[in-house]
Design a protein around this ligand. Structure first.
Ligand code: MN
Length: 304
């Protein structure tokens, strides 16, 4: 059963791993686990410098993390030795593959921090690849119908992001300073989500407020969007992800055993998988206990 077009409200989550702020989580959702290979959407801020949003060293496997800011600055560090500041308009993509550890520190004195942390599930064929980290400061930008488009993942309206991804996927920040209407051209084979950061949108006739994620199944060539006043939103889409995956804590895998092994490697400080790195926080976030049942692989939507 394919899901119909609908608006998903965020869950407010207090992260044990982040300090000082709740995040608004729209993926995974009970019914819609993924949109394309996008498998996690945390939307946070604005939070000011007295209310730091920093996260100590923690591991990932089997996914790519995408850091995209609307305001403020972060510093990324990881077990490959990367040290990278990021500001709005720039992109950090970390490919965990077999295993990586990283931390993110919000930068004191900068603008209030506001942004998203997105995860992309890696397909089985590359899930165990060597980890990588890339920073992209020069991303394509274009204007249509009074809207500004920043394509940070994939290709959209002739703009192509330099970021490497492993499935057919798109991520675009779209903004406007005034009340406007447009028809967004989209790939009819992709499913999409529109996450509203600021403003109120009417999407194909539905009212969608800041923090909400509007889900659109595959099958349409355009999406109708009307904004009320200044607005900013993300268009995230991709080809339906064909594989079932297990997602637990910071890990994506194909089985319970792979998750349990990754957890044990992190807890045992297996440095051949998750190398040591230093940062100003000097924290190492322990993995939670595994649940008292076998984790089972899940398809991208309920009832599939
Ligand atoms: Mn992380």
């Amino acid at each position: 059963m394919e899901s119909r077009e609908r608006t998903l409200a965020p869950r407010y989550v207090s992260l044990t791993t982040r300090k000082g702020s709740e995040v608004r989580r729209t993926l995974p959702h009970r019914d819609i686990f993924m949109i394309g290979a996008w498998c996690f959407i945390d939307h946070y801020g604005p939070t000011d410098s007295a209310d730091l949003m920093s996260i100590g060293a923690h591991p990932h496997i089997g996914l790519q993390t995408v850091s995209w800011l609307f305001s403020g600055h972060l510093e990324h560090r990881d077990s490959l030795g990367s040290v990278q500041k990021i500001k709005p308009g720039e992109l950090n993509v970390m490919t965990a593959g077999y295993g990586i550890a990283h931390s993110e520190l919000s930068q004191i004195g900068s603008e209030p921090l506001r942004g998203v942390q997105l995860w992309i599930a890696l397909p089985e064929s590359v899930r165990g690849m060597a980890p990588q980290f890339h920073h992209h400061a020069d991303l394509p930008q274009s204007e249509h119908d009074g809207f500004t488009f920043h394509t940070f993942i994939g290709r959209y309206r002739g703009d192509t992001s330099p970021a490497e991804v492993f499935t057919n996927l798109v991520g675009v920040e779209i903004s406007t300073g005034e009340s406007s209407t447009t028809e967004l051209p989209v790939v009819s084979e992709y499913e999409y989500g529109i996450l509203v950061d600021e403003g109120e949108l009417t999407i194909n006739g539905a009212q969608v407020r800041a923090g909400e994620l509007h889900y659109l199944p595959a099958g349409s060539a355009t999406i109708s969007v009307t904004t009320t006043g200044a607005s900013r939103f993300l268009l995230l889409g991709g080809e339906a992800f064909p594989e079932k995956i297990v997602m637990w804590w910071n890990f994506v895998a194909s089985s319970h055993e792979e998750i349990a092994t990754a957890r044990a490697d992190w807890q045992a400080q297996n440095l051949s998988r998750f190398a040591y790195f230093s940062d100003a926080l000097q924290e190492r976030i322990p993995a939670p206990e595994m649940p008292n049942l076998r984790l089972t692989a899940r398809a991208r939507q309920r009832n599939l």
